[in-house]
Design a protein around this ligand. Structure first.
Ligand SMILES: [Zn+2]
Length: 313
């Protein structure tokens, strides 16, 4: 049975408090499994407003309406309001996700700080932030995490090496390269081991192989504008020819205003014959396989501004 791996990125306090429980309910309704990746430290989303001064930002704001999805309060964290510490405030909510049977892992310590800086940072900076999220995860859950998914698909060689040091067995820190219409550019994209600076790492990478909702909404594909009413059909078109796929969703989007789209997707994927699973389920299925080794490279994806890590070759 082909697998649809559901990887849930949780970026903000609001997403943790409101989006996450909504997603748990929806997944239970569809008897689907998933992996939740949490932001465990300060919510500095307001600092992301600085991105407004970068090229490409305004186009993105109008497309996905950042204010509508994130809320005014979230956009003020770190600017006019102090940054709330998500892991401290929401430990009970996070444990409830684990207790409901879902795998939990690390997204980041501080989403904005990581996403905006990690590419050019040294080992000490990188390890210190990763150590904070690792320690916080252990404080909350009483055990070490098995998995990680990089904020904004941003990493550096020290960060990849640190995953092995932590004993993180599998992660999803990269994307597969996509054509403008969202189809895979490389049919062989998928789980692999990563070669970083000449060394093959133990941690298995499971790149996201589908576009995200915010990358598709508002774009014109095959002469049709993608709207909230047509986007689920577009994604289901991409998964029609079945193969294993990793889909990244956001507590702030699919867990809130875009929940009806996620509902459509879950129903559609079931009808297409997919097993809806978490990264842990996928890892179990991969354990007996010999995986290819490939490097990672900076690149771009249609509908997303800036560089991010793509599975190379
Ligand atoms: Zn994120």
């Amino acid at each position: 049975m082909p697998k649809l791996i559901l990887k849930i990125d949780v970026d903000t306090l609001r997403g943790t408090r409101e989006g996450v429980p909504n997603l748990v309910r929806m997944l239970q309704k569809h008897q689907a499994n998933a992996t939740f990746l949490f932001s465990l430290g300060p919510d500095h989303t307001g600092w992301a407003l600085r991105r407004a001064f970068r090229p490409g930002f305004f186009q993105k704001v109008s497309r996905t309406s950042v204010l509508e999805h994130y809320g005014l309060k979230t956009l003020m964290y770190g600017v006019l309001l102090p940054a709330p510490d998500i892991g401290k405030l929401c430990a009970t909510e996070l444990r409830a996700v684990r207790d409901a049977g879902f795998e939990c892992g690390i997204h980041t310590w501080d989403h904005v700080v990581w996403q905006d800086n990690v590419r050019n940072q040294d080992a000490a900076w990188t390890q210190s932030l990763m150590q904070r999220s690792f320690d916080r995860f252990k404080d909350i859950f009483g055990e070490a995490p098995a998995t990680h998914g990089a904020a904004g698909w941003q990493m550096n060689p020290h960060a990849f090496a640190q995953l092995d040091t932590f004993g993180i067995r599998y992660a999803s820190d990269e994307r597969a390269a996509l054509a403008d219409d969202g189809t895979l550019l490389n049919a062989n994209a998928g789980p692999h081991r990563l070669s970083v600076q000449g060394r093959t790492l133990d941690c298995i990478q499971m790149p996201t192989t589908l576009p995200t909702l915010d990358e598709l909404l508002g774009r014109t594909i095959n002469a049709h504008v993608i709207t909230t009413s047509t986007i689920a059909a577009r994604i289901l078109e991409l998964t029609k020819a079945t193969r294993d796929h990793v889909y990244t969703l956001h507590a702030e989007l699919e867990g809130q205003k875009l929940a009806p789209i996620f509902d459509e997707l879950l129903t559609g994927w079931r009808a297409q014959g997919y097993d809806l699973v978490g990264m842990n389920d996928y890892h179990r299925a991969l354990e007996s396989q010999t995986l290819p080794v490939s490097p990672t490279a900076w690149g771009t994806l249609p509908g997303r501004s800036g560089d991010l890590l793509l599975q190379a070759a």
